[in-house]
Design a protein around this ligand. Structure first.
Ligand code: GLY
Length: 371
């Protein structure tokens, strides 16, 4: 029986979409191989694997939407592109596709809740041209936290608003109150709670009372998305329901500028999915952009930062059998259209959509450790 542990939740990000990788556009590199150099024409959007729609599923009434394609379409709309914040609107619209998807259990609607069964969301956006950021954390009952984060950026002189204040702020801007705990997420949470401890009064349900989908549920993943427009400007967004069954109030890396995302309009943008605590203590996204500023290709910048995180994890006791005990994926997009991604473990993929094809695809991540 596959139990949804914290580790499997966190590694889910790296694994998401790997099985659906139909045609890798580029061979994966490994720790010892030189980093791949990939480049595409702007507008260009990259995202975590859940930013691509994946294969159509039986019974789908229409092709499932894709975050990278939604963002790219906005960037191709002359009216949107001409607006001062059109690029930012595009990244927010892109990640909104996944926030609105009840089947992605780690973002927005349908996100897995905290240990008390309450969905708490984190999100941040960053806008290169003005070097502004906006973020919300531990936000309840608002389905599109990245949009709330954009309102923080555009309409306040703050960078981060949390908890009930963030909820009231989002409501003031017209974002609707929403019940985010779907029936399926509630079932997954209850199953976790019933099995969380041998020392409480909850009894583990008999196997026959638990359906296969609850036992095998995928944890989905945070979405990070970075975009480069035709003017050469950059923006980024990261949005998540965070660590499944977390202590209420826990905030991960996603809403923290420099951790879950960073953007320097002179250099590039970067973001992270996976174990937020490691990204926070290593300033992950900032480190990737700094590495690109030093001249590293995006994929090499992601690999260098992952290795740094792994080295520090050793000191923190987060190592088992010579490998980190957690999954992590980094994404990087440079101002000249070079891009890449790398995961701690082999098997990850990421989403890309560019002006040349106009449609999304998955590409393989480089990796540090074989599985
Ligand atoms: N990276 C998402 C989180 O740790 O909350």
């Amino acid at each position: 029986m596959k139990r949804m542990t914290r580790r499997s939740f966190l590694e889910g990000v790296a694994a998401t979409g790997a099985a659906a990788l139909a045609q890798p556009a580029c061979a994966a590199s490994s720790q010892s191989a030189p980093a791949a150099v990939r480049r595409a024409p702007a507008p260009l959007v990259i995202a975590s694997a859940n930013g691509w729609r994946g294969a159509a599923r039986p019974g789908d009434p229409a092709p499932r939407p894709s975050a990278v394609e939604a963002a790219l379409a906005r960037l191709g709309d002359a009216q949107v592109a001409a607006g001062k914040y059109g690029l930012l609107e595009a990244v927010v619209a892109g990640v909104g596709v996944v926030e609105d998807d009840p089947e992605d259990h780690s973002v927005g609607l349908g996100g897995l809740p905290n240990e008390e069964g309450v969905v708490q969301l984190d999100a941040a956006v960053m806008f290169g041209p003005t070097h502004q950021a906006g973020a919300v954390a531990a936000l309840e009952n608002i389905q599109n936290p990245a949009r709330a984060a954009m309102y923080v950026l555009r309409y306040t002189d703050h960078a981060l608003i949390v908890g009930p204040g963030a909820y009231r702020f989002a409501r003031a801007f017209g974002l609707p109150h929403a019940e985010l705990l779907t029936e399926e997420a509630r079932r997954l949470w209850l199953y976790w709670k019933q099995r969380a401890s041998e020392r409480d009064d909850w009894l583990t349900p008999p196997e026959e009372d638990v359906d296969e989908s609850t036992r095998q549920a995928s944890s989905g993943g945070t979405i990070h998305l970075s975009a480069l427009d035709a003017r050469g400007d950059l923006a980024a967004a990261t949005t998540t329901s965070g660590l499944a069954y977390k202590i209420p109030g826990r905030v991960g890396d996603s809403p923290l500028v420099g951790a879950g995302l960073y953007c320097d309009n002179d250099v590039g943008a970067a973001g992270a999915t996976g174990r937020g605590e490691e990204v926070i203590v290593n300033c992950g996204a900032y480190a990737i952009v700094a590495a690109m500023r030093r001249g590293l290709e995006p994929e090499a910048a992601c690999l260098e930062t992952l290795k740094e995180v792994a080295e520090k994890a050793r000191r923190r006791g987060l190592f088992q059998d010579g490998k980190p005990s957690f999954g992590l994926t980094f994404y990087a997009l440079r101002k000249d259209g070079a891009y890449g991604a790398a995961a701690m473990f082999e098997g990850g993929s990421f989403a890309v959509a560019d002006a040349a094809t106009g449609v999304g695809r998955l590409e393989r991540c480089a990796w540090v450790y074989d599985r």
